[in-house]
Design a protein around this ligand. Structure first.
Ligand code: SF4
Length: 445
């Protein structure tokens, strides 16, 4: 989501006449788009701010300066407090305040031209409280982009007890379907090949402005809209298991444009912990969903998020998580251990698990996932697959990187002219978790 929103901000700045600087030393404006999901991301921001505060002082001594703006979730969470903590920050733009960005840019221009602070929009007048608005486009700048994110909803109503997102992103808002389809049309004109529909809780999309439209309806509309265009693949991210409807499974299965990969965060394998997390599904319901998905799409690969060391978690709870992993066999998993976040319900829960135990449990989960990933990928060797060629390999300029619809990366000999094309190839060997592809047949389109 932050990648998509950063791309939208870069585009908005360009529309106001700004250009990307070669690096931050040459920039008139440094904008940091923050994430609040993990505490480590927040800690890193303070390091960055200290760096820019020192740089600002140095530049001011030379008689030139730059504006420092902090955007995103952390800006929403801390507001004015962040400015008080780091006075070098000129403006704090929360997630709801994106519509103010052109005004902020004007104020930055005034500040730079006059050497005195321009008029920034008010941060805290209640009658001027901003409301969230979607950007028109989220295509990242780059030499030859082949994929793009398209946010379709924003915010979350679920209040998982460990999560800060509903507090910093607000309640769920679904984007007008006509505007979603318009963004997709513009992306197809630019030759984009793959789209990921985005939302904190993407499958709870619900548009009620005119005709009532659920997520599955939107998927069907989108699949129809890309027919005959350069866009050949659709993904969506991230789905909440409790909101995954039977109709969504049916639409996915019926339309081959939906990639056969799904990120389906389970978080834990113990019902007791799932309830304490307020995930609103049981282990059995999750496993049943996996069964129904695989029955409808036997070639579907699944990835997940797993959170260990939640308050009250016992060794037995952990065993249940490991057993669930054995049962599902995720192709990969984002694994992390619980860190208390002030302002969330779980912050006040008793039974915090010791750091050492949390780390041990996380190591066990990671070790098991490594085995599953290696064994699932190994089984794929020898298969003929279709890949979308995305970029030149960072390790070898004579090789390109492609992605299968199951979200596997494949490297093979190639050059820049192939980027954006689809190709069929054999998955010949593995280099770490990346396949090496052979016997390529490039599709002409
Ligand atoms: S579903 Fe839960 S974990 Fe995901 S964003 Fe919402 S509150 Fe956070």
């Amino acid at each position: 989501m932050n990648i998509a929103e950063s791309a939208a901000l870069a585009l908005a700045a360009r529309e106001e006449g700004w250009e990307a600087a070669a690096d931050s030393f040459a920039a008139d404006l440094v904008l940091i788009n923050t994430c609040s999901v993990r505490r480590t991301a927040e800690t890193r921001l303070y390091g960055r701010l200290a760096h820019y505060a020192a740089e600002k002082k140095r530049r001011q001594a030379e008689g030139r300066s730059f504006a420092l703006v902090v955007a995103g979730c952390m800006a929403e969470r801390l507001g004015e407090e962040l400015k008080r903590e780091v006075p070098a920050v000129d403006y704090v733009m929360g997630t709801q305040a994106r519509s103010r960005f052109p005004l902020i840019l004007k104020a930055v221009e005034e500040t730079l031209q006059n050497g005195t602070p321009g008029v920034f929009p008010s941060l805290d007048k209640p009658d001027e409280k901003p409301v969230f608005s979607f950007s028109a486009s989220h295509l990242a700048e780059g030499p030859s982009p082949v994929r793009s994110f398209v946010p379709i909803m924003h915010g979350c109503n679920n209040f998982c007890s460990y999560c800060i997102v509903p507090y910093v992103r607000g309640r769920e808002i679904s984007r007008n379907p006509a505007l979603i389809l318009e963004e997709i049309r513009l992306l197809s004109e630019k030759g984009i090949r793959e789209i990921t529909l985005l939302g904190q809780n993407v499958n709870s999309y619900l548009s009620e402005g005119g005709e009532r439209l659920e997520f599955s309806d939107l998927l069907e509309l989108t699949a129809g809209a890309i027919e005959g265009t350069p866009i050949k693949r659709l993904r969506f991210l991230s789905s909440h298991p409790k909101d995954f409807s039977e109709k969504t499974i049916k639409v996915m299965a019926e339309h081959p444009c939906f990639c056969r990969h799904l990120h389906l965060p389970v978080q834990h394998g113990s019902d007791r912990i799932l309830a304490a997390m307020n995930r609103q599904y049981t282990r059995e319901a999750y496993l049943d969903l996996v069964k129904r998905l695989r029955a409808a799409m036997p070639d579907l690969s699944l990835s997940t998020d797993i959170l260990v060391g939640f308050p009250g978690e016992t060794g037995e709870d952990l065993e249940e998580t490991l057993a669930l992993m054995e049962e599902v066999k995720f192709v990969y998993a984002y694994t992390y251990h619980y860190n208390p976040r002030e302002g969330t319900r779980a912050y006040d829960f008793s039974g915090r698990v010791e750091e050492k135990i949390k780390r041990e449990r996380l190591s066990r989960v990671m070790a098991l996932q490594k085995i599953h990933t290696a064994s699932l990928l190994k089984k794929r060797i020898g298969r003929r697959e279709r890949v979308l060629i995305e970029e030149i390999s960072r390790k070898n300029a004579d090789e390109v990187l492609g992605r299968t619809e199951r979200d596997e990366m494949v490297v093979f000999p190639g050059n820049a002219s192939m980027i954006g094309s689809f190709a069929e190839l054999n998955l010949a060997a593995l280099r770490g978790n990346t396949f090496f592809g052979k016997d390529l047949c490039l599709e002409v389109s």
